[in-house]
Design a protein around this ligand. Structure first.
Ligand SMILES: Cc1ncc(COP(=O)(O)O)c(C=O)c1O
Length: 408
């Protein structure tokens, strides 16, 4: 499939068959104090996109710039859509859905990007991929590496949750914990690829990460019988998932398959609100410190902040901030009232949706079709429950003890 790259900031077009990362002119302006410039968008050939409207059996793969080799080796996609009946009744939102991306192979949404990056590597005959991650992208890339036989070099802040690091080690990646922040790990991984070669998978830096993440929107469209929700809630840190969600709907619109892109809502923790703040103020300054407990969305200088802010506006969406305690409460509520077990970052989407409940009802009515992307499984970060959940003490193995336990 033919595609070019367009700079999201200066709109310059780059045509190349080589692996391409950023607009050199805009990236040269980055000084580390404000959201970085120069991320590029993969633009698919418009005539090709329009031809998809006439295709009877559409697949997600029709929209991807690289063919996925042997997809069953690393089966990414077709995640369940939950209709959480009890929560729907409780909040008066009749058409509430959750997209359960924690059910992907490595347990998070990040498998979507890693699948396309693996395809990119195999297409370009590269066997080594380096990246920085707060945990999930690393685990996903390591999982893909194991499935396809690719070497993964992973830089992580040493504070990343143990389960996520453990996963990457188990999958066979070379894990390099860094005594620094995620941003430090990001810079080191780019320096690594410049020195040692291979592909860099850093979120947004490699435009194929956004392009891979768009699969969720096309999948939603196909699963929902060629329609899309009115409003979609996305948990946001770097803003790369958000841009991917937008891009999927954008391509569907360019293909003439949908008339309108859904309103996209950037759900952020108040303790890591760089993108929400920038959307409100149009100032793109980095945060001094992000402190949210939802580690996957704890970001000071969002790697895809500018594009995400642009897409909030272009989708006629908005940003909703919630407190950390609301995120943690939402996480428990999802488990207890919907049987959905997610990590805190994913719960942020539900916390934001809940906090917007009245506004959604006032503006769109109770029939509004609203979907929250639940981006990672709760098993990713069991330490999040320390001090919040108690496992009951064991009872003696006797009928008498059982009776005593239930006052029978
Ligand atoms: C589970 C989960 N949800 C949400 C996000 C936020 O995605 P982004 O950083 O692209 O905004 C991440 C990113 O690591 C994640 O792992």
């Amino acid at each position: 499939m033919k595609f070019v790259y367009e700079c999201s900031d200066c709109h310059a077009i780059y045509e190349t068959d080589e692996i391409f990362y950023q607009c050199p002119k805009c990236a040269a302006l980055n000084d580390g104090t404000s959201f970085s410039k120069g991320n590029v968008i993969v633009k698919l050939d418009e005539e090709y996109l329009r031809s998809l409207k006439r295709k009877k059996r559409l697949t997600v793969g029709d929209f991807l710039p690289y063919e996925i080799p042997h997809p069953a080796a690393y089966p990414v996609g077709n995640t369940p859509i939950v209709e959480p009946q009890r929560l729907s009744d409780e909040y008066g939102l009749k058409n509430l859905t959750f997209k359960l991306d924690g059910s992907l192979p490595s347990g998070s949404f990040k498998d979507r990007a890693s699948q396309l990056i693996a395809a990119q590597a195999l297409h370009h005959k590269e066997s080594r991929i380096a990246l920085a991650s707060t945990g999930n992208a690393g685990a996903a890339m390591s999982c893909a590496g194991a499935a396809y036989g690719l070497e993964i070099i992973l830089f992580v802040p040493k504070s990343a949750p143990l389960n996520k690091l453990m996963q990457s080690v188990l999958y066979g990646a070379t894990v390099v914990p860094v005594d620094g922040s995620y941003d430090d790990a990001f810079a080191l991984s780019i320096a690594y690829t410049k020195e040692a070669g291979g592909i860099n998978r850093n979120t947004a830096y490699n435009p194929m990460t956004i392009e891979g993440k768009k699969s969720v929107s096309i999948e939603l469209f196909l699963q929902m019988g060629r329609t899309v929700p009115d409003v979609v809630y996305v948990p946001v840190g770097d803003g790369c998932i958000f841009a991917g969600v937008y891009k999927g709907f954008y391509d569907l619109k360019q293909a003439g398959l949908i008339a309108k892109i859904p309103h996209l809502v950037a759900a952020q923790s108040r303790e890591s609100n760089a993108i929400a703040h920038a959307w409100q103020t149009q100032e793109f300054t980095n945060l001094a410190k992000a402190t949210t407990r939802a580690d996957s969305i704890s970001v000071e200088s969002p790697a895809n902040g500018r594009m995400a802010v642009r897409y909030i506006s272009e989708s006629e969406g908005w940003a909703t901030e919630v407190a950390d305690h609301e995120i943690l409460e939402a996480q428990l509520e999802l488990a207890k009232e919907a049987g959905v077990f997610v990590e805190p970052a994913a719960a942020c989407a539900w916390a934001a949706l809940k906090s917007d409940q009245q506004m959604l009802l006032d503006r769109f009515g109770e029939e509004v079709e609203v979907c929250a992307l639940l981006t990672g499984t709760g098993f990713k970060d069991m330490a999040a429950f320390d001090g919040r959940i108690e496992i009951p003490a064991a009872i003696e193995n006797s009928v008498a003890a059982m009776k005593a336990r239930f006052s029978l």
